[in-house]
Each structure stands twice: as C-alpha cells, then as structure tokens.
Design a protein around this ligand. Sequence first.
Ligand code: FUB
Length: 317
Amino acid sequence: MSDSQENGKGFGTNPIIKNIYTADPAPMVCGDTLYLYTTHDEDVLINDFYTMVDWRCFSTKDMVHWTDHGKIFSLDDIAWADSRAWAPQAIERNGKFYLYCPVHKTGGGMAIAVGVSDHPTGPFKDLGAPMIDEGDWNDIDPTVFIDDDGQAYLYFGNPELRYVKLNEDMISYDTNVGIVKVPMTEESFAKGSHMTGTSYGEGPWFYKRNGLYYMVYAAFSAKEKEDDHRDEHLAYSTSTGPTGPWVYGGVLMTEEGGVFTNHPGIADFKGHSYLFYHTGELPGGNLFHRSVCVAEFTYNADGSIDTIPKCSGVSGV
Ligand code: FUB
C-alpha cells in the first residue's frame, strides 16, 4: 500500500486504506513508527446497520508507505461480547500495549473491553470481563491518556462524556473515584443538538500538549437540528487540568465527510501534527462503509486550532 508524488519524500493520498472499509482511526506513536488502529466496516451488512467484528492495525514510518498488520483483535477473542466492534484506542505502558474497545455485551448494553499484548500489533488477549460496564448504552468510544505524573485517564461516552482514573495496571480503575460524569454545559461543549443539549456527540480524543489538555470529539451543531441534518462535525474543548472544567474551543472539521459519523484521532509524529478522521469517499462508501483519512495541521501560538479542511492526503516525512 503506497502512493508517491512530489516533494522527494512522496505523498500519501486519502483514504489511507484503500482495500477495505475502515473507520474510527486511533493513532499511537511508538518510537519511529506510527501505528493506526481502526475499526472495520464489513462489505456485507447485517440488518442494514454497522456490521463490525474486528479491529485492524496499520503502521507507517513516513506517512506515505503503510504496512497492513491485518486483524489484531476481534469479537471471537471476547467471549462475553456478541457484536459491535466499535471505536478503539491503544496505549503503551511499561512495555505492554492496551487496546480499549467498545463492544455489545451479550444480553446487555455497550461495554468497554481491554485487550493486552506484548506487541503493538497484537495478538491482544481479552481480560475475560468488561472493564467498564454500567449496563447502559453510554459506554462507547474510549480514549486513554497517561499524564506527566503517571495518572492515566480513560474518557468515553455517548451522549455523556464520562471518565475513570485508571490504576497503574491499566486494566482496572479507581473505584473510590468511580465513573465520573462530566458536566455537559454549553460553556464546555457549545449549544448543540445532541441529547444533552450540547454539541458533544461521541468519539472523544483526549491528550495534552504544551500544558493544555484537549478533548476533541464528534459533535452535532444546533443548526443541524433545525435543518434536520444530522451529520457529525468535529469540535474541540480545552482545559488547564485533566478533569476539566472544559472550555469549548471551536469546530475542528466541518461535516465534510459526507457520512453521518466522523471520528477524530490526533497525533504528533516526526515534528508534524495530524488529524485522522473518516469519510465515505472510497467507491461504494456510505454511512456504514467508511474510510480513514488524514490531514496535517498546525496549532496557533495560544494552543487553539483553526478549522482543518478535509484534504487529498499528506506529504511524506
Ligand atoms: O463506528 C461505530 C461508531 O460510529 C463509533 O463507535 C462512533 O464513534 C461512530 O464512529
């Protein structure tokens, strides 16, 4: 899988993965390699809905040439789940790799599984039980970050943003703190048309840069409801602390993807900043057949980010 043009270092064209439908990109930089975890939209749908049974991994050293590591974790590896292999995120700690994955629990609602591996490309082994399981449908789209003081946080949720403080083992959380519900205010997430009355929808991506914490997410604007137009855009909020209060920052990407969902993944790699997202732009694309793309962007001096246009690809690094 590669594309080349221009600039001596080549040019990687969007969508990044052209041979299968992928969505929900989650980059993880490890050494000189960027690993990209994705979901996988099956070609053939069951019940005309998201049909997703496994997670995929791809890697690159230059943003142009990508190695396909295939299926790295699947519903077959999670005995207590029966469907909906949804948006994951991976992180490394003390030489082990943790892949947080929303799934549908057999006989229950959505829950968050953790796969553990000695290698970024798996195989990942399930814990044998959900790590987050509130018995409702909010437990999706985990995003994980380890702060400078070693405290790890896992945020997740649709329609509410919630978080736990992970224990050092990364497979359990501080039950004294419990599952914290973030106040869903307009100051934090802007007025919008999702169920909390804010724009926050789902797909949070939590990270820190130059002392500022960022929460990037898929969002529904207030205007979209008036128009009965419900495609997601990407937005972001910031905070001076890991648990808020969050302050709405603005729109990161308009509804350019042409499909109902979008999903952000942010990474700094070899001196460049990237937003991974998904669209419906592969042939045959639609809301259940998405494709992962990437755009390069820069931060303003105060840490704010201007709206990032959907693009044809990125230059090699
Ligand atoms: O891909 C399935 C779900 O759609 C994800 O969990 C959401 O973020 C949205 O992209």
